[in-house]
Design a protein around this ligand. Structure first.
Ligand code: ATP
Length: 288
């Protein structure tokens, strides 16, 4: 079994600044760090650390070899990441002394994935494998239709949220995951709450309140773990990667959800994103 993830790969450049620059202002940065980011990359790392075989489908520019290497070091199968002429997607993140931030994301290669590359990559998928994508890349419509035609289990993480894209993908999905805000936005756009959507399994994550699964047994609550959160970035991606890894490994939904809640609770006790996503042994040892 494998989890195929059509997802974004970002270089996150984080600059410490005295304050967020005003229009027309130039100031010196006080620090600079480069991290691997992007929802797609985070989910791939989480699912790989949860013990499943993850095949990441995506694109970087000539400047992105380090990101592919980093994913490989983290256990992700990177053979379906291609190099294109665009720049690797990147985020410029200003973090001011008072904690305020400002972010610009340049999608670059994430939105320049060639259709031939997608089709060629997916020819290696097998019936019963899982497929997931988010909304940072191009080709979601083509990919989701192809994956459904091939008999894969099709999942979508509806972030960054776009009502039109989500509505178009709904008929092809077996699994939809979204946070509370996104679930409200989808309800406004469709008039349907999570229980009414034409998708076999819908999971709504609720931050510190845990999550809810709308499936064959009606609504099932996923209890949160009480922790002291220091950085919630990447909690949702960790949850999604873990739950899909569990399903790909044949676990029942409730078990996969419980492990995902534990992994994401542990994640919010740590600063950072892909680099600090816990592995399964750490999650199993975590008593929070
Ligand atoms: P993000 O965009 O910050 O990655 P999200 O909005 O997609 O997150 P959330 O609903 O905030 O997703 O969080 C995902 C899961 O992480 C929750 O369902 C929960 O299991 C866990 N989680 C998040 N915040 C906390 C917290 N403060 N304490 C314990 N668990 C948490």
């Amino acid at each position: 079994m494998a989890l195929w993830n059509l997802g974004g790969i970002n270089a996150d450049h984080v600059y410490g600044v005295p304050h967020i620059p005003a229009p027309g202002e130039t100031l010196d940065g006080q620090s600079h760090s480069l991290y691997l980011g992007g929802k797609g990359a985070n989910m791939s790392v989480a699912a790989a650390r949860a013990g499943t075989h993850v095949r990441h489908i995506g694109a970087v520019g000539e400047d992105g070899a380090w990101a592919r290497d980093r994913l490989m070091e983290y256990g992700v199968d990177t053979r379906a990441i291609t190099t294109v002429e665009a720049d690797t997607a990147h985020a410029i993140i200003f973090v001011a002394e008072d904690g305020e931030n400002a972010i610009m994301v340049y999608p670059g290669a994430n939105r320049a994935i060639p259709e031939d590359h997608l089709k060629q990559s997916l020819t290696q998928a097998e019936t019963g494998d899982w497929f997931v994508c988010q909304n940072e890349v191009n080709l979601q419509d083509e990919a989701v239709k192809l994956a459904a035609d091939m008999g894969l289990n099709v999942a979508y993480a509806a972030a960054p949220f776009d009502a039109d894209v989500t509505k178009r993908l709904l008929p092809y999905l077996d699994f939809l995951i979204l946070n509370e805000v996104e679930a409200d936005q989808l309800k406004q756009a469709t008039g349907q709450g999570p229980a009414d959507l034409p998708v076999r399994d819908v999971v709504v994550t609720l931050g510190a309140k845990g999550a809810q699964w709308f499936g064959e047994n009606g609504v099932v609550d996923v209890a949160p773990h009480v922790v002291t959160a220091v950085d919630t970035t990447g909690a949702g991606d960790t949850f999604t990667g873990y739950v899909l890894a569990g399903l790909d490994r044949g676990q029942p939904m409730e078990q996969a959800l419980k492990t995902a809640a534990k992994a994401s609770a542990l994640m919010v006790t740590r600063h950072g994103t892909a680099d600090v996503i816990p592995d399964l042994a750490e999650v199993q040892a975590f008593s929070g």
